[in-house]
Design a protein around this ligand. Structure first.
Ligand code: PBG
Length: 331
């Protein structure tokens, strides 16, 4: 049947009709809020991240207080990022797996004082003096510059994940993109009795310019070279499927695509190809871009909900997003 028998505008006649016809809805249970806990920040003096207006680095106590406030409004999940004192950073990322590390202490307190599902970002780049996500050495290959060592890094990444699990993390989320890290983490967790700690692999993480505001927030930009030898080439979609397949074989409990908006085709493909819960990371640059547009008056606040909805519509079951404070009262 075609026009005039069929009229698509019937579905859009008024707000009530549109509401019941809506195919995709954003729920508070879908959202994961990133929390930045910083060792050098004092209680009562949260520091606004210049490149991400409305987002703050908190002391441990304030981080937990803010998490409680969001929890009281319905939030279920947070992902914790740690920012250690710069003078503690070293070549082997010691503060990443210290029992008294910033993430470990924050997680313990969150566990004591909230019922949130706690995810931790497992990476070495905020903790290494050189800012890379693994151990490094000067490369023999002139074209490669610094070499980021894969196999040597696994032990440190797994140790970090274990120390997060010991502190009480429900889910550890490795974001380093080394090969073999999921099985290294799974093995070490299981050996230590943490067989119920879940792994949320950043399975498909692209070498993206949309992380720029995060690197300012977490002070984790590499001092030399870039991350292109471990994070994926933005041009590749089939390779993304292989990355996901390998993580599944190694035992990940979730798949993730990061960033989200420029990679919705990948989100859709992974949703169709696999049956694992799928997470999309609406990264710092995606946040800052809209916030800047809204502040300038070029965009309206509605652009936030529209972009989050598009990520869900593409197939994400969960979305990590900095926009939680802006939208939590609207869900
Ligand atoms: C660390 C890490 C990054 C992000 C999450 N974990 C940055 C990077 O790879 O440089 C990005 C988060 C964001 O941009 O919101 N490996």
């Amino acid at each position: 049947m075609d026009f005039p028998t069929t009229r698509m505008r019937r579905y859009r006649k008024n707000a009530k009709i549109r509401e019941v016809m809506r195919e995709t809805k954003l729920n508070i249970e879908d959202l994961i809020y990133p929390l930045y806990a910083a060792e050098d920040i004092k209680d009562g003096e949260p520091q606004e991240i210049k490149t991400m207006p409305g987002q703050f680095r908190y002391s441990i106590n304030d981080c937990v207080e803010y998490a409680k406030e969001l929890e009281s409004k319905g939030l279920k999940m947070v992902i914790v990022f740690g920012i250690p004192s710069p003078e503690k950073k070293d070549e082997i990322a010691s503060p990443a797996y210290a029992k008294t590390g910033i993430v470990q202490r924050t997680v313990r307190k969150l566990k004591e004082e909230t019922d949130l599902v706690i995810i931790t970002d497992v990476c070495l780049c905020q903790y290494t003096s050189h800012g890379h996500c693994g151990m490094i050495k000067e490369s023999d290959d002139h074209d490669a510059g610094i070499e980021i060592l894969n196999d040597e890094s696994l032990e440190y990444i797994a140790k970090t994940a274990l120390s997060h699990a010991e502190a009480g993390a429900d889910i550890v989320a490795p974001s380093d993109m080394m090969d073999g890290r999921i099985s290294a983490i799974r093995e070490l967790l299981d050996e230590n009795g943490y067989y119920n700690t879940m792994i949320m692999s950043y399975s498909v993480k692209f070498a993206s310019s949309f992380y720029a505001p995060f690197r300012e927030a977490a002070d984790s930009a590499p001092c030399a070279g870039d991350r292109k030898s471990y994070q994926m080439d933005p041009a590749n979609a089939r390779e993304a499927v292989r990355e996901a397949e390998l993580d599944i074989v190694e035992g990940t409990d979730f798949l993730m695509v990061k960033p989200a908006l420029p990679y919705l085709d990948i989100v859709k493909t992974l949703k169709e190809d696999f049956n694992l819960p799928l997470v999309a990371y609406n990264v710092s640059g995606e946040y800052s871009m809209l916030v800047a547009g809204i502040e300038k008056g070029y965009l309206t606040e509605d652009s936030i909900m529209e972009s989050l909805l598009s990520i869900k519509r593409a197939g994400a079951d969960m979305i990590i997003t900095y926009f939680v404070p802006q939208i939590i009262d609207k869900l």
